[in-house]
Design a protein around this ligand. Structure first.
Ligand SMILES: [Zn+2]
Length: 272
């Protein structure tokens, strides 16, 4: 089952979470925004060379669509690290309208508070979404190869554990990012994958030329999540690839590094 469904030109939602839990949770496309040039047209990243005014226009338009005011968004200065930050109501607006106020050196956000929209930016890296229905704790993470092999997925699961939540009760969705066919890496990266996954590592990559490998980052994260106690049946992975699906997404690899950023989001509104 494909967890993501295109709602309109602007974004996809995680349909079963919306229907079951009322979660506002999804991933943006590159379409129907205000940016131009390499960022045409819906870029959410402040740090990629696009005009700040366009990024803000894109954010305000999506905030209206999602009915989550921009003042309630939070964002992070993502550094391909593994730090997760616990977000509270007092943090509302950090990184929403400018990069400077973002959570520093943070690649995952975690909360159990309502009316906050956790956001992260991507162009090929893998978005990981976490939700615990009973306690309504949620998280979102940014996992490129570094975040993957240094196990940001484990840090996210640990954040749930620290709240007394067993990983077996956590649901996870692995979102749009670069697919195995599109993602070629070298021995340096593959050695890290081997260190991380041990004997099951070879199932996530294949050698296509001497020292050149196709690597499946989505599956790699899935296996890490299972290693730390998440149930296979509670992990749903998208088929969308940011590089293959050129009409929908920016791709750092495909676009030679000069491109916009897509955005993941997750939040629960306070019931009225
Ligand atoms: Zn692909």
């Amino acid at each position: 089952m494909e967890p993501f469904q295109l709602t309109n030109e602007k974004y996809l939602i995680i349909k079963h979470w919306f229907e079951k839990y009322g979660l506002t949770c999804g991933f943006t496309t590159k379409n129907d925004g205000y940016s131009d040039k390499a960022y045409t047209s819906q870029n959410f990243g402040f740090h990629v060379g696009d005009q700040q005014v366009h990024v803000i226009q894109n954010r305000i338009a999506l905030a209206q669509e999602l009915q989550f005011p921009l003042e309630n968004w939070v964002g992070a200065e993502q550094t391909h690290g593994v730090h997760i930050e616990y977000v509270q109501t007092k943090d509302r607006g950090k990184g929403a309208k400018e990069y400077d106020t973002s959570f520093a050196a943070t690649d995952a956000l975690f909360t159990d508070e309502k009316d906050l929209l956790l956001t992260m930016c991507y162009a090929d890296c893998i978005p990981l979404y976490f939700f615990h229905p009973k306690s309504q704790h949620m998280a979102v993470a940014h996992a490129g190869w570094k975040g993957t092999v240094f196990e940001i997925a484990k840090n996210a699961i640990d954040a749930f554990r620290e709240k007394g939540i067993h990983p077996q009760e956590v649901e996870v969705v692995i979102g749009p990012g670069i697919c195995r066919s599109c993602y070629i890496v070298d021995n340096y990266v593959i050695n890290k994958v081997n260190d991380c996954l041990g004997e099951i590592a070879p199932s996530v990559y294949n050698e296509i030329a001497k020292g050149q490998y196709q690597l499946d980052l989505k599956r790699c994260n899935q296996l890490i999540l299972q290693k730390y106690g998440v149930l296979r049946d509670n992990i749903h992975t998208t088929e969308y690839c940011t590089s293959c699906h050129e009409s929908l997404f920016f791709s750092h690899r495909r676009d030679d590094g000069k491109t916009g950023r897509l955005m993941s989001f997750i939040g629960l509104r306070e019931e009225e």
